[in-house]
Ligand binder design. Sequence first.
Ligand SMILES: Cc1cc2nc3c(=O)[nH]c(=O)nc-3n(C[C@H](O)[C@H](O)[C@H](O)COP(=O)(O)OP(=O)(O)OC[C@H]3O[C@@H](n4cnc5c(N)ncnc54)[C@H](O)[C@@H]3O)c2cc1C
Length: 401
Amino acid sequence: MNRIVVVGASAAGLTTAETLRRRGWDGTLTLIGEESRPPYDRPPLSKQILTGAWEPERATLRSRQDLARLEADLRLGQYVAALDVPGHRVRLAGGENIGFDALVIATGVAPRRLPDSDLAAVHVLRTLDDAIALRAALRSGPRVVVVGAGFLGTEVAAAARTMGLEVTMVEPEPVPVRRPFGDRIGALVAELHRSHGTRLRCGVPVRRLRGAGGRVTGVDLGDGTTLPADVVVLALGAAPATGWLEGSGLPLGDGVECDAYCRAAPGIYAAGDVASWPNAHFGTRMRLEHKMNAVGQAMAAAGNLLGDATPFAPVPYFWTDQYDTRIQAYGIFPPDAEMRILYGDPSNGPFAAAYGHHGRVVGVLGWNAPRQVRTLRRLVVDRTSWAAFAATPALSPATVN
Ligand SMILES: Cc1cc2nc3c(=O)[nH]c(=O)nc-3n(C[C@H](O)[C@H](O)[C@H](O)COP(=O)(O)OP(=O)(O)OC[C@H]3O[C@@H](n4cnc5c(N)ncnc54)[C@H](O)[C@@H]3O)c2cc1C
């Protein structure tokens, strides 16, 4: 094996390249990324960069010297348009073909939009340039409507509200962050936002964006009302960036479908937000959009490419920061899981909860409880029996409201 190509130069792509070198692989390494900027970290975009606490440069992941030390052919600002699996090569949008002996796909996800998203003052937030544009827009003191109350929407709403802006968050589900964490934590997140003065319109879909003179003026909701807006942020989730792989013959379902070793086809691996794989620890296929998973999966993909033959079976980790609250979560949170409080009191300050599913602890969540949740992580790693927690109080919506 002489040539490895990595497509996508962000958390997963950069980590893949660094792991290959750290593990002593000294062949030709090509790292190709669509964005012209050197690799940067995305989590601060909806937090420190948006509020202005950090200058944009601070999100940069590696110095020029660090990148040079990789001794990689770093092709920034280059979109890979196609993959030829039998020919073992990728084609750049400009037409150049680059051959490989092994390929790692790390192209992440792309934000979903609405019709009329091209109206002025309608924003999405995925790239550093998106964050810089949104931050500039927020500085003029606009009325902000955030469409979607998942992690991204709730973080953007919190950042805008922290800047003193009038913020309304719209969400078709009855509570924010319901899909990842369920109704009970969703109710707490709703309360957190209300207590900081963010308005919530949950349980109502967006019908369309309203505009005048090419600029957004409001958001029409399914119940017939209109929310006036000077800035609209679309936080509608994201889809795996696999358009360039259409017709390649790779298995594309929810992202690039890999086996337990992060492999999509012989010599072709995928890592990060774009990849789904069967996680043997939980006995389920998953695709995660978490920073630490992108890093861990890239290390696993690079190792397996070099011959490790180790299944990637992590306990996922995720965090979100909103106002003065940090929520941290280890594991998975199926919608029909049971929840028990193991530390603290959700109606009054920090707490940590465990989630049980099919007789095992599958997830633990901390609300401003970093030390406790780190300790409780062990329950997920050990697949502790849920029966041990039968006598612990269950958290119901009635106790959190
Ligand atoms: C605003 C924001 C806040 C976040 N906050 C958190 C958080 O608090 N906690 C957390 O755990 N995670 C958070 N995340 C998620 C985390 O950033 C992602 O999980 C992580 O960036 C995934 O890394 P990746 O390398 O797989 O994909 P990405 O970071 O999406 O990188 C993929 C790269 O591939 C490039 N690319 C795509 N297609 C092509 C192509 N055909 N050719 C060449 N290049 C291509 C893209 O331009 C992009 O640069 C956040 C994400 C965002 C956007």
